[in-house]
Design a protein around this ligand. Structure first.
Ligand code: 9MR
Length: 380
């Protein structure tokens, strides 16, 4: 009898335990999105335009909110837009942009404070060094001050170098001399000491330009002024720059003791006139059938090449994830890319991860699969 009672007791206990187990709510696995899959590596960002800031299209808005952990305003914080005349600031879209980033709990990047291009004409026309210093200081203090504690990092100076690594003859250099560089970083860090401050440029994998960038940033740091990172704009092509140059640049920049961000990633699949390496929008070439071969869609062979190129590049990023703070694509979908208009107007390019119908491309799948594969190997 005693044995029977014991048996019943243990059977009941077993049923209870099993019952509890099956009633337990399984922890929900995070969805497979770029943002989630790369969460432990670096921020995955995108540049967004007015239309995306407004969330006018729900499919696009869903992609931005789900897939990316960081945003950059493609144009709305550039001097011409945000500070069009000496006494007027235009905050409508910058405010909406920052609010959007907060809504999705994103890392918000400000682009850009000091840039010779898209510069308001009132600043461009300044000839005197004191007047220029006052204008720049006020520009920086007002904008960085407005978003203090909300914009997490800034491109303080953008594209100050020539391709041979010398300083660009910009209106800032011509009025204030080299000092404008260190001063811009100083004013920004004084205004928001917690924001990360970047120097950002294109063609940064090039050995000559790299040397110039390192020298320039080192000069600023040696003055005791804070530079947190170097932004390598990734306006790249199917075959250039080489993977070796990309990797070496990440290593060389981070050897300065700063973070490296890949800030404007897109890979053009179209013929590249004159083997251009940069993103200087002043350059433009004649359109033709040869220059614009994929107007009816991207052939599978090129789709595969693009996916492999992204995979190879992301392999390097993952290998050096301890040095990389953020990888930001210069847009979400092919239809929105500036590369449909540069360096030849009116082309059909395919540089991003989502196609013109907002469907993820093989390039998207390839970088997701790469990370999942690496995660799996680590847990083995
Ligand atoms: O993608 C941007 C495009 O919509 C603008 O017309 C252009 C000029 O403001 O700037 C493009 O973005 C540039 C970025 O601000 C700085 N690096 C080069 C980018 C491509 O030209």
């Amino acid at each position: 009898m005693k044995i029977k009672q014991q048996f019943l007791f243990f059977t009941a206990l077993l049923i209870l335990v099993i019952g509890c187990k099956t009633n337990e709510v399984e922890p929900k696995k995070p969805a497979i999105t770029l943002r989630n899959v790369y969460e432990d590596a670096f921020y995955i960002g995108t540049a967004i335009n007015k239309f995306q800031i407004d969330e006018s299209d729900s499919v696009m808005a869903g992609i931005v909110g789900r897939e990316f952990s960081s945003i950059t305003a493609e144009n709305e914080m550039k001097s011409m837009q945000i500070h069009p005349t000496k006494d007027s600031f235009n905050y409508e879209y910058p405010d909406k942009f920052v609010a959007l980033g907060e809504k999705y709990n994103m890392f918000i990047h400000g682009h850009t404070l000091v840039w010779h291009s898209q510069l308001s004409s009132w600043i461009r026309s300044i000839k005197d060094s004191t007047e220029m210093a006052e204008a720049l200081k006020n520009h920086i203090q007002t904008i960085v001050g407005r978003y203090k504690g909300r914009v997490n990092s800034w491109d303080v100076v953008n594209e100050a170098l020539n391709e041979d690594g010398t300083l660009r003859q910009s209106v800032f250099l011509n009025t204030m001399g080299e000092d404008y560089l260190a001063l811009a970083f100083k004013w920004t860090s004084e205004t928001d000491p917690k924001a990360d401050l970047y120097y950002n440029d294109y063609n940064m994998a090039n050995a000559e330009k790299r040397k110039g960038a390192i020298k320039m940033v080192k000069n600023i740091i040696d003055k005791g002024i804070k530079v947190d990172g170097i932004g390598m704009q990734g306006h790249w092509h199917l075959n250039t720059p080489s993977l070796e140059d990309i990797e070496q640049s990440i290593l060389d920049y981070s050897a300065l003791g700063v973070k490296v961000a890949i800030t404007e990633l897109d890979i053009s699949v179209l013929p590249n006139p004159d083997e251009l390496v940069g993103a200087d929008i002043a350059q433009n070439f004649q359109n033709s059938e040869v220059m614009n071969p994929y107007t009816k869609g991207l052939p599978d062979s090129i789709q595969v090449k693009l996916a492999n190129r992204y995979k190879d590049i992301f392999k390097i990023f993952l290998k050096h994830k301890d040095k990389i703070s953020r990888v930001t694509f210069w847009g979400v979908s092919d239809g929105q890319s500036w590369l449909n208009g540069f360096p030849v107007r009116g082309r059909t390019n395919y540089p991003l991860l989502f196609d013109r119908q907002l469907k993820p491309k093989s390039a998207y799948d390839s970088i997701i699969a790469l990370k999942l594969r690496e995660d799996k190997q680590l847990t083995k």
